[in-house]
Design a protein around this ligand. Structure first.
Ligand SMILES: Cc1cc2nc3c(=O)[nH]c(=O)nc-3n(C[C@H](O)[C@H](O)[C@H](O)COP(=O)(O)OP(=O)(O)OC[C@H]3O[C@@H](n4cnc5c(N)ncnc54)[C@H](O)[C@@H]3O)c2cc1C
Ligand code: SF4
Length: 545
């Protein structure tokens, strides 16, 4: 057995896990509060991506409200918000035609900007460092540390250089213990440490199940004639049937770039549905294809997003820290925006934590967030996503009524009754879906797509996709649901293979392709897949997603 190695230990007032908008806004606010109080606060942020922004994938149209509260002079400081959104369009697609629909008020984007959230995070990181925050990219939070009373006392980063067989290789470097008075978890949607904290501290008691969607995105450089900087297009309808929640976005921004993506609610029921292929065929629609024909696809990626909204917000505080951002779930679904609420939640959390560090042990992150504008914003739209259980047109009609007639103040709340993983019907009862072959011009296959996510993992490491009961991959997933992970994984990680002699099928996991979207952790019908962090620095290397 390998000799136990003592891990290096570093101490801070606050450790933040995740350099997304929530984590960086929290770190910045803590430092600003210390400057204002003439005191000191030691803050460290760790990030599993190889650099800040490498794992950030969003739309993104940003509402600059939280940013303006954090830095009223963000324009002078050069924040990368360069394209005002000034042309909103909502389309309903049939197989061959497109009809313009009036957007709900929440979908109006005047005053907002089309950005790369990855680039905004890089900019926020530079501001944070200027204020004295220590940021460590390439370090994945692998384990929550607890003291003898069960209080969170920080996190440990993963060991590097452990081989597939669990033995140390010549690259071995032990993880580091980052010990803090308070730890904030800003890991984003379905954070792996956040998931363990939610279970351990039963943070979800009294809340609805969290529900999710998968968002798959590409970045294109298009020709000048079809580029309209500031244009924001959303579509509903084809290629999805009216029982499946989802739609697309096309955001035209600087340098002839168009961000195009497709979002599908993970409460879909047909195990034959493939979000990746729905996205690819969406781009072949006659109203969409001309934007991309002759253009160049620059980047590809995917990420899950929260859709539970107000009803699904868990308790946020636990002894020694709190959840912030999408790790808790503050996305505003009808707006399809979560970066402003993620930032604001980080800022409100920082204020509560700073008070806690300075002699007010009763300060609560949850209360600070309840008293912020996040609460009212999410409360008013809480019924919109669950109303789509009535189907597309039922949801549209209910949403119009709730918004225009009731102003979001209905005396009832619609609930999410079932978690997404419980929604699939058995393959024997489902209709197979025949997807067209990619044309290589506007639609592509998985492998060439994953290639431009620039994802990369050290091959000799223990699997970061863990099956709780390996036999279920065949006995349940394959036999009952025709192995839906082959289709919902946007990176081709899961493959059912049989040997040449046509023997028993088995599940092959190509973990090195993983783009860290977390869909398998969410959608596996028996919650048999645990996504845990791979070695720090592994995963996609998104340029400006
Ligand atoms: C397809 C899509 C489109 C969207 N469109 C929009 C939009 O147009 N406008 C908008 O406002 N919002 C949009 N959103 C939502 C928005 O992106 C999120 O709400 C926002 O990014 C949440 O911020 P966060 O800081 O909570 O998490 P994230 O942005 O997910 O950041 C979390 C960070 O933590 C890191 N991390 C995670 N776990 C660990 C760990 N254990 N150790 C170290 N690091 C870790 C991750 O690598 C990542 O960098 C969209 C989301 C998606 C998926
Ligand atoms: S393995 Fe899971 S987390 Fe990784 S890309 Fe596939 S579905 Fe997403």
């Amino acid at each position: 057995m390998a000799e136990a190695v003592e891990r290096e230990r570093m101490e801070y007032d606050v450790v933040v896990v995740g350099a997304g908008p929530s984590g960086l806004a929290a770190a910045i606010r803590l430092k600003q509060l210390a400057v204002a109080a003439g005191s000191e606060v030691a803050v460290c942020v760790i990030e599993k991506g190889s650099e800040v922004g490498a794992h950030i994938l969003s739309g993104a149209v940003i509402e600059p409200r939280a940013l303006a509260e954090l830095f009223p002079d963000w324009k002078e400081r050069g924040a990368p918000l360069n394209t005002p959104a000034d042309d909103d369009r909502v389309l309903y697609l049939t197989r061959t035609r497109a009809f313009r629909l009036p957007p709900l008020p929440q979908m109006h984007n005047r005053g907002n900007y089309i950005i790369s959230l990855g680039n905004l995070c890089r900019w926020l990181a530079a501001q944070a460092e200027e204020l004295g925050v220590e940021i460590y990219p390439g370090f994945a939070g692998a384990e929550v540390l607890y003291d003898e009373d069960g209080r969170v006392r920080g996190v440990a980063t993963g060991d590097m250089g452990i081989g597939k067989d669990g033995e140390r290789t010549e690259r071995y470097t032990p993880g580091v213990e980052l010990v803090a008075k308070e730890t904030l978890f800003g890991e984003g949607c379905r954070g792996s440490l956040s998931k363990t904290l939610i279970e351990r501290f039963r943070l979800r008691e009294g809340a609805d199940p969290q529900t999710y969607a998968i968002g798959i995105k590409e970045l294109w450089e298009v020709s000048a004639e079809v580029h309209h900087p500031g244009r924001v297009v959303h579509t509903v309808g084809w290629p999805l049937d009216s029982a499946t929640y989802g739609g697309s976005f096309l955001y035209h921004f600087e340098d002839r770039q168009v961000a195009v993506g497709f979002v599908i609610g993970l409460d879909y029921r047909n195990p034959f549905l493939s979000p990746f292929e729905e996205f690819q065929r969406f781009k072949t629609h006659p109203a969409i294809r001309p934007t991309f024909e002759g253009g160049r696809r620059i980047a590809y990626g995917a990420r899950a997003l929260n859709e539970g909204g107000f009803q699904s917000i868990p308790r946020l505080d636990f002894p020694g820290g709190a959840l912030i951002g999408d790790a808790a779930g503050f996305l505003n679904v009808p707006k399809i925006k979560g970066s402003h609420t993620a930032m604001k939640s980080g800022m409100a959390a920082a204020e509560a934590i700073f008070a806690r560090l300075n002699g007010n042990p009763d300060a609560q992150v949850r209360r600070a967030i309840e008293q912020s504008w996040i609460w009212d914003e999410l409360y008013r739209v809480r019924n919109i996503r669950p109303s789509f259980h009535l189907g597309l047109w039922g949801g549209v009609a209910y949403s119009a009524f709730d918004t225009y007639v009731l102003g979001g103040r209905a005396p009832w709340t619609l609930h999410h009754r079932h978690p997404d993983h419980a929604q699939l019907i058995p393959a024997a009862q489902a209709t197979r879906i025949d997807y067209p072959r990619p044309d290589g011009r506007v639609s592509f296959d998985r492998l060439s797509s994953v290639f431009i996510s620039n994802t990369n993992h050290e091959e000799d490491q223990p699997p970061h996709l863990r099956l709780r009961e390996p036999a279920k991959a065949i006995s349940v997933n394959y036999r009952l649901y025709d192995a839906p992970e082959q289709r919902y994984c946007p990176a081709g990680v899961y493959e059912i293979v049989t040997d040449a002699a046509g023997g028993e099928p088995r599940l092959q996991i190509n973990a090195q392709n993983c783009v860290h979207c977390k869909t398998c952790d969410i959608k596996d019908p028996q919650q048999n897949i645990d996504w845990v962090v791979p070695e720090g620095g592994g995963g996609p290397n998104y340029p400006n997603m």
